[in-house]
Ligand binder design. Structure first.
Ligand SMILES: [Zn+2]
Length: 170
């Protein structure tokens, strides 16, 4: 989401150059409001079982019909692993242990004017319980080897997939 006008006083924002390594920021010349474009944290869960990972086919926009990882937005007060385990349980019925933090990758959610900057926290998880039952948020779920894994819908997931493929050739 890009702000053009000040949300406080409706004056048109101007780009103010940053003094340091920070990016330039839209600033209100009238009241001094500064628009910080900070990403919203999301989680993506790479659930590993017998050398395969679970992917879900999205049943909702954006990117309806494309594959992606179980995951979603972090709730206030949650740790990343807590958010990942919660989303996995909601979307797949599986209980998981988060065993590895793969990285934090910038991306966007949505498209055009509604595109929202996110930072995807990627985790590798192992199944500890539950029974697989894919929620209505997805059309289907399927387990893929890394070699056969479909192109994920979001950039942060594609980066994580490349990382997993790089360190486990074949
Ligand atoms: Zn203002």
């Amino acid at each position: 989401m890009e702000f053009r006008y000040c949300p406080r006083c409706a004056t048109e924002l101007e780009m103010r150059p940053s003094g340091g390594p920070d990016p330039d920021r839209p600033t209100c010349p009238n009241c001094g409001f500064v628009h910080y474009e900070n990403p919203t944290p999301t989680v993506q869960a790479w659930i590993e079982r017998d050398g395969r990972y679970l992917a879900l086919r999205r049943n909702e926009e954006p990117k309806k019909g494309e594959w992606n990882m179980p995951g979603g937005f972090v709730e206030a007060g949650e740790t990343g692993p807590e958010a990942a385990a919660r989303e996995v349980l909601e979307e797949t019925g599986l209980e998981v242990d988060v065993v590895e933090h793969l990285g934090a990758f910038p991306s966007t959610y949505g498209s055009g004017e509604d595109a929202q900057p996110i930072i995807g926290l990627a985790y590798r998880c192992l199944v500890t319980g539950g029974a697989e039952e894919i929620s209505d948020e997805s059309e289907e779920g399927s387990w893929f080897t890394l070699a056969d894994f479909p192109e994920p819908a979001f950039r942060d997931e594609r980066v994580a997939l490349a990382l997993l493929r790089d360190r486990r050739p074949g």
